[in-house]
Write a protein that binds this ligand. Sequence first.
Ligand code: FAD
Length: 555
Amino acid sequence: MSLKEFSNLNRNKTILNLCKDTFDLVVIGGGITGAGIALDASSRGLKVALIEKNDFASGTSSKSTKLIHGGLRYLKQFDFWLVKEVGSERAIVHKLAPHLVLPEKMLLPLMENGSYGKWLTSIGLKVYDILAQVTDEDKRQMLEKEDALILEPLLPTKNLNGAGYYAEYRTDDARLTIENIKTSLNYDTTALNYASVEEFIYTDKKITGVVVKDAVSGSEFKIKSKYVVSATGPWVDDLRAVNNSNKGKHLYLTKGVHLVFPYEKLPVQQSVYFDIPDGRMMFAIPRGNTTYVGTTDTHYTENKDKVKTDLADAMYLISAVNNMFPTIELSLDDIVSSWAGLRPLIHEEGKSASELSRKDEIFTSDTGLISIAGGKLTGYRKMAERVVDRVVKLVEEADSTKELKSCHTDEIPLCKNAFKNAKEVKEYILEITSRIQADGFKAHDAWFLVTNYAKQTEVVLETYALINDKDIKVRLAKAELLFCIHYEMIQNPMDFFIRRTGRLYFDIESIRYLMDPILEEFKKVFKLSDNKIEDYRQELEHEIDEHSNFSLNRD
Ligand SMILES: Cc1cc2nc3c(=O)[nH]c(=O)nc-3n(C[C@H](O)[C@H](O)[C@H](O)COP(=O)(O)OP(=O)(O)OC[C@H]3O[C@@H](n4cnc5c(N)ncnc54)[C@H](O)[C@@H]3O)c2cc1C
């Protein structure tokens, strides 16, 4: 399989290209919103530069609940338009990346005095099915108490009135982002991470480019561009301030935390969306050898670059889980990992965090900065379409000879040799299982490879065959690493362990096991000094501790 090289080993060349050309569009922010915009704009025929100050998806787009969902909760807010849009989007994104957006049935226990009564839930889920265009086998079912308990024996027998059972989809947010970016490279996109937009360049009071600081070398360079979009999520107002246009509506940030437990400590048979005592709702989602729960929703005004799960967040979530599942007695010591992210919501006077709409909005400043804020991971493709429609209109107004395509990202599969449907994904997992079993790998390893890399697994396995290492786990991880270095633009080991493979969240022990050989490989490929490798080691140790250590005396 031939893939397009996308590597920080070519960083200088990429920066030269960014300086040399004039772009139609600079997209600031390499989260899911920026990634979707880059793909949409370049596939319509625009020349695009995508600039991310940290790693791709290092903001909110690796910290979500990882659901591509129809937005049942928006029904409670009577936001029918949003339910309809995100509901139909789920089906589209599933079609574009069936290995990455997988069906996930959700159980909604109906409790005495809970948020959802039986009658309202039945009607609500029906409306949801219609709005979200749910097809036959995924249509909602209303379950009696006994059936709900068969599906999820951990539910409390007391106060349980039955359950709703409906369709959602799960994903990996960071991988969805990187696959969008990689797909955009097939058109005219140049993308760079670890490069921060610091200033705008103006000509006759209109933005005509950006000043970028390269976080790797510390030097600055300029990119010339006809239009600039800021898709910087929680940082949107900061960029508007740099542009002197931060007036009118502004962002309201809320922190959302998730905790991860070993599966045996919270062995839910399937995903559950349940009531918690303060009137909010929470998810418990099994994933591999873990179960994760979330989330919180608290106003946040601290450092956006260092969002942490604190003890209060952890205790709140644990007590909510213990309250719902009476036989479960989780404690802080059971947490194996966690993540915390910021929702970039749009402020509305007099509304609480959970009442604020998740709709996106676009602001255009007098000097031409187009900012997109709010929204959901699920709706990223539609958000991108709305932004790019604006840009295309401006391009065509400025140059009537320019002929651009209309949005067709609903037909662009994400990933080389994409699967056609979930059945093909399952068959391929079986095929990979049988191919790697002889070496001692299990079905879970094949599942991980395929849901992470789709058919790019072939490239990983080709590299695996060339590596000499007695330890098969190390050998496979090195093959993955080389894939991510050459085709997914990782710059440091954290990018690999956190955002490209999700190991920090769902297999944290493997980082301890793999740390030395992966650092050694990094050193070799990037030609790094011992000191630099030692810095990376300490950074990794710090990340592991910060995400997993919740002893009461931690600082
Ligand atoms: C706890 C939580 C749970 C959620 N769960 C779900 C869910 O299950 N399903 C769902 O659909 N949605 C969910 N969401 C919402 C969803 O995650 C977000 O809407 C989405 O990830 C936002 O993406 P974004 O690209 O706009 O922002 P981000 O992912 O934050 O990307 C913005 C990027 O801009 C970069 N940047 C900032 N300033 C600059 C600069 N000066 N120069 C260059 N780059 C810059 C940042 O580094 C960052 O990477 C959840 C959100 C939270 C917080």
